[in-house]
Design a protein around this ligand. Structure first.
Ligand code: PMP
Ligand code: GLN
Length: 382
């Protein structure tokens, strides 16, 4: 079997969700909302299932969804994307990331990852043959250091895989940081694979700005979105890639042999979702802001130092000195088994080398009564 995969533990999200079920814990570990997305979209998917057709849609995706993705690029970011050649629909952002790596990277190419990193990045980049160059950012501000980033680039850099807004750091990269990444991509003739699944989850008046909008980046970036995050349908696994035809072409060649296509009923509903009015997107951010504040304030009240959250639906706390165990993994076990609240140890996002061991991530996209139940349990335990 392949050592890259046999050597990797089962993903922390599955491990912690299983432990949460086993111990009837409130699950603030794995990131998923506890309320499904808009009913109107569920009805569209249901009707499309009953009415059909339920056969293979076009390999690139339903034309109406590709058009909706192009329209959303124009509406939110002023990007001009050709739906015929510059959009690809995938079975979730996870497949999109795999397709991008398989379509772009050749064995021996260097790929830059920013740590902490979403857990599928490293094994998938390695399986694509990449030599990974990690660059670390650190709390509380997770600032990207020019020297560290510059040191990671070389003549062999094929791509940087950037997650913005960033899970688990809950960071939104600043204009300066994005300009720096763009400058180095241009200088080293590298591509950018931009995982922007949390593009519509940025708070406090921030606006998401794709790296693709920076000078020189339109032709060398692909950006990835997910209906799982934007419409709270994580189980649907509908993702979308936008980028120049010269990149989407080879990426689609990978996609055609990974899944070939994505369920047409779900694509139809997501097409309608992307065209939602501003009230939907604004309401989504307002709701998540309230949930973020609810959980952050509650954790703070219990004595946890809470890190800032600029985007995504995660907040992290420092558990040093809270008496929850020798490290973040032990603390998450204690929290789940003893306190009845599941969380994710941040060390799981540092697969390359010596992770920090005192940070724990909580997911806040839950109903207020669920957040209260979690806080009550924590209070009773601490
Ligand atoms: N990228 C990041 C940063 C994520 O947090 C997630 C988690 N859901 C994904 C990709 C995967 O998205 P999807 O469920 O659409 O595959
Ligand atoms: N992205 C989600 C998280 O960070 C988990 C997705 C998964 O379980 N694969 O919690």
């Amino acid at each position: 079997t392949n050592a890259i995969f046999t050597g990797v533990p089962t993903t922390v999200f599955e491990v912690m969700s299983r432990l949460a079920i086993e111990h009837k814990a409130v699950n603030l570990g794995q990131g998923f909302p506890d309320v499904d997305g808009p009913e109107e979209l569920r009805r569209i998917a249901a009707e499309a299932t009953v009415d059909g057709p339920n056969q293979y849609p076009p390999m690139l995706g339903l034309p109406e969804l590709r058009e909706a993705v192009a329209d959303a690029n124009r509406r939110f970011y002023g990007l001009d994307i050709d739906p015929a050649t510059e959009v690809l629909i995938t079975s979730g952002a996870t497949e999109a990331i795999a397709d991008c790596l398989f379509g772009i990277v050749e064995p021996g190419d260097e790929v830059i990852l920013i740590e902490p990193l979403y857990d599928c990045y490293l094994p998938m980049a390695r399986r694509a043959g990449a030599e990974v160059r990690p660059v670390r950012v650190s709390p509380p501000d997770w600032r990207l250091d020019r020297e560290a980033l510059e040191a990671a680039f070389s003549e062999r850099t094929k791509a940087i895989l950037l997650n913005n807004p960033m899970n688990p750091a809950a960071k939104v990269f600043s204009e300066d940081e994005l300009a720096l990444i763009a400058e180095l991509c241009v200088k080293y003739d590298a591509y950018a694979i931009c995982d922007e699944v949390y593009e519509h989850l940025v708070f406090d008046g921030r606006k998401h700005r794709p790296l693709m909008t920076f000078p020189g980046m339109r032709e060398r970036s692909v950006r990835i979105g997910s209906a799982g995050k934007t419409f709270s349908f994580t189980g649907w696994k509908v993702g979308y890639i936008s980028g120049p035809a010269r990149l989407v072409g080879p990426i689609a060649k990978a996609h055609q042999f990974v899944t070939f296509t994505t369920p047409p009923n779900l694509q139809k509903a997501v097409a309608k979702g992307l065209a939602s009015d501003d009230a939907y997107y604004e309401g989504f951010v307002a709701d998540m802001t309230a949930k973020r504040d609810h959980l952050s304030e509650g954790l703070s009240r219990l004595g946890f130092p809470v890190l800032p959250c600029e985007g995504t639906y995660f907040v992290s706390v420092d558990i040093a000195g809270m008496g929850l165990g020798e490290d973040d993994v032990a603390a998450c076990r204690t929290l789940t088994v003893e306190a009845g609240v599941a969380a994710i140890p941040l060390s799981a996002f540092y697969p390359c080398r010596n992770p920090p061991k005192t940070f724990v991530r909580f997911c806040f996209c839950k109903r207020p009564e669920v957040l209260d139940a979690a806080l009550d349990r924590l209070e009773a335990y601490l």
